[in-house]
Each structure stands twice: as C-alpha cells, then as structure tokens.
Design a protein around this ligand. Structure first.
Ligand SMILES: Nc1ncnc2c1ncn2[C@@H]1O[C@H](COP(=O)(O)OP(=O)(O)OP(=O)(O)O)[C@@H](O)[C@H]1O
Ligand SMILES: [Mg+2]
Length: 221
C-alpha cells in the first residue's frame, strides 16, 4: 500500500540543516495497522507527512499502491490524498470559521455527493466519535479532546483506504483514548483500512500489528 525506499529528509535554512529522516525503508501492507513510536523530534510527523504526500523526501522514493508519486505535480498529489488518505494532524488543523459539521464535510466537497448526502455522512461519523451534540459548535467552543475527535471524524468521513494519524489520542483521557482506538481498530478490521498511527502510548501501540521505532531520524529495532 505504502512503500518508502531509502528515504531521507533534510530541512535546510540559510543557517541550519536538520536531518529529520535517515535511510528509511518501510513497506506498509494493505489492511495493516501499525504504530510509530519514538522521542519528541525523532521524525515521526515528518515520516507521516511524507507517507501522506504532504511533504516530499529530500532523496529516496515513495510509492502509494505501486504509483511512483515522486514525479507527480501538486494537483495530482492532492487528488490521491483526497481519494485515498485520511489525515489526523497532531495540531488538528480545523477551520475556525466553520462549524463542526462543516469541518467534517470538507473531504466530501470534492466528491460527487449532494449536500444532503454529505451532511448525512458527516453526522454519521460525528456520532461515532461521540460528538452528535456538538455539530453546530465552532472549534473554539470545544475542548482539545473534542477538537481531536472532530479531526478524526473528518479523517474517516470519506472512507479512505489509508488513515495516517499523528497522536490521535494525545489530547484525550484514557477512556476517550480507548474509544478512539476502538474506532480505528474497527475500521481496520471491518473496512480493511490501512492505518499508521503515531503514539507515545505503549499500551495503544501494543494493540497494533507492528511497532516502528524511530530515534534521531533512523529506524531502530
Ligand atoms: N519545517 C521544518 N524546518 C526545519 N526543521 C524541521 C521542520 N519540521 C521539522 N523539523 C525538525 O525535524 C525533526 C523531526 O521533527 P518531527 O516533527 O518529525 O518530530 P516528531 O517525532 O513528530 O516530534 P513530536 O513527538 O514532538 O511531535 C525535528 O528535529 C524538527 O526540529
Ligand atoms: Mg510530531
């Protein structure tokens, strides 16, 4: 489903050069649920961004379903992202001027669906994450954990084949965290959704099929 071949990522500014990823080789199979762990700054978000086509490696190759995406332009990348990938960002990336419902409908705007169908699907996933009572709220009227759940609803609303989740339970208490984990496990089992999750929680990571550990940009055993 996702294949990374000798991927390096170096961030360069005029004065500093930061190596965020070094020699990453990784293959994620269709239907796999894996987690990425490692200390702060080790490159987890960078790795997820590259897998999700939000960022390009400095060198190395990225394949999504055998598509060599390195040569693709931004429009083509955006299309693949919208069709195939649901992203849960570490900092949510919700749109403050839109209600919860409208935020969740965003990924569906690029599909051929009526407004009614969009709303129906958005309400369905908001119910899954326990936010049916908050659909008309705006992000600033929500707690951090609630924002996180909106972000998860938005990531799953389009039934993506791949979900990339950057600490999807980082702002939740253990009960809510377990509920979100259940939602992800269910998507993985029932819809065969491929999931890559960054987490600091070893108990959650141990529930996934494989743990990738990063240290200083390199994969460690
Ligand atoms: N846009 C950028 N420009 C320069 N350096 C960056 C940029 N983004 C990330 N980095 C650096 O790359 C390294 C990896 O960052 P990344 O965000 O991937 O870490 P992380 O493992 O997700 O950390 P955390 O657990 O704190 O979220 C860090 O040292 C960071 O400072
Ligand atoms: Mg991060």
């Amino acid at each position: 489903m996702i294949k990374l071949n000798v991927v390096d990522k170096v961030y360069r500014t005029d004065t500093i050069e930061t190596t965020a990823l070094k020699n990453i080789n990784l293959q994620v199979e269709k239907g796999e649920f894996l987690s990425i762990m490692g200390p702060s700054g080790c490159g987890k978000s960078t790795l997820l961004n590259i897998m999700g086509l939000l960022d390009k490696p400095s060198s190395g190759k990225v394949k999504i379903e055998e598509l060599e995406v390195g040569t693709f332009g931004d429009r083509k990348l955006a299309k693949i992202r919208n069709r195939k990938i649901g992203f849960v960002f570490q900092s949510f990336h919700l749109i403050n001027d839109l209600s919860v419902l409208d935020n969740v409908e965003i990924p569906l705007l690029y599909r051929r669906l009526s407004g009614k169908e969009r709303k129906g699907r958005a309400l369905e996933v908001l119910e899954k994450v326990g936010l049916s009572a908050r659909v008309k709220h705006f992000p600033r009227q929500l707690s951090g954990g609630q924002c996180q759940r909106v972000a998860i609803a938005r990531a799953i609303v389009g039934n993506p084949e791949i979900i990339l989740a950057d600490e999807p339970t980082g702002n939740l208490d253990s009960v809510m965290g377990a509920e979100i984990m259940d939602i992800l496990m269910k998507l993985n089992k029932e819809a065969n959704t491929t999931i890559v999750m960054v987490t600091h929680d070893i108990h959650l990571a141990e529930q996934t099929q494989r743990i990738i550990r990063l240290f200083d940009g390199s994969q460690v055993m």
